[in-house]
Design a protein around this ligand. Structure first.
Ligand code: SAH
Length: 242
């Protein structure tokens, strides 16, 4: 009897790990999130019970209720898969669920998934690091545990790429604070919506204009020199200019 916290990756099911696909096929119960591509459901054991715990912002199932549900299923079934978008340990509250399961004495394990934090930019041809353009990457949520907005002034650093999750609503504040913190108004930005799904869309521009981008969640925001690259649709002419 084990509960597996499984990362589903960012979208399309062919980005699942082999282990995730195997566990979905073996599952007696699958407890799934809102941000899971329907293609992933095709890997689920047809006999399995699928439980939907769509946690909309400010919405229905609370984390406590989800934890209790996982414990209850974990005590009754052989293989329970808690399926989470992206990677379970990247803003997925997977850590909290594992702690709750441990405390209840339910066996559990965790399976990594491709996080939208890295695969989202890549979907748009953006390498989060690139020699000479970016010496590293900061991954940050726009909001803290109590809904407070992250202090983006502190995160202004022209040598690092910045990848922001859950930031669409706060894009105006993000832009203002990064500029106040010292980033150039002309810093390239890109917003990648619904990466690795049929609805993927990328909007590019300059930091000073981020607040007026016409974009919707789920999306990752990339700030930094790399955001102007699109290495998935390069011409030879572009290569010469990088
Ligand atoms: N554990 C997830 C992140 C959960 S937080 C992961 O590792 O990807 C939810 C946020 O992730 C969204 O608000 C959005 O910023 C980002 N996100 C998740 N899936 C995405 C996708 N397919 N495309 C772009 N952003 C995505």
């Amino acid at each position: 009897m084990t509960v597996y916290l499984v990362g589903a990756g960012p979208g399309d099911a062919d980005l699942l790990t082999v282990r995730a696909a195997r566990l979905l096929g073996d599952a007696d119960v699958v407890v799934r999130d809102r941000l899971i591509d329907e293609s992933v459901v095709g890997f689920v054991n047809p006999e399995a019970e699928i439980v939907y715990v769509g946690k909309t912002p400010g919405g229905s199932s609370t984390q406590e209720a989800i934890n209790e549900l996982l414990v209850a299923y974990g005590q009754r079934h052989d293989t329970v898969v808690r399926l989470k978008g992206g990677d379970p340990f990247v803003f997925g509250r997977g850590g909290e669920e594992l702690i709750a399961l441990h405390e209840a004495g339910v066996a559990c394990d965790v399976v990594p998934g491709l996080s939208s934090a890295l695969s989202g930019p890549l979907a748009a041809g953006i390498p989060v690091t690139h020699r000479g353009l970016s010496r590293g990457v900061t991954i940050v949520s726009a909001r803290g545990a109590h809904g407070d907005v992250t202090n983006f002034r502190m995160l202004a650093n022209a040598e690092l790429s910045l990848v922001i999750l859950m930031g669409v609503e706060q894009r105006g504040v993000i832009s203002d604070q990064l500029i106040e913190g010292g980033l150039s108004e002309e810093t390239p930005v890109a917003v990648v919506e619904q990466a690795w799904t049929g609805q993927q869309r990328t909007t590019r521009g300059r930091l000073k204009d981020l607040g007026s981008f016409d974009v919707r969640p789920p999306a990752v925001i990339v700030v930094g020199a790399v955001a102007s690259l699109d290495l998935r649709s390069l011409s030879i002419l572009d290569v010469a200019m990088i």
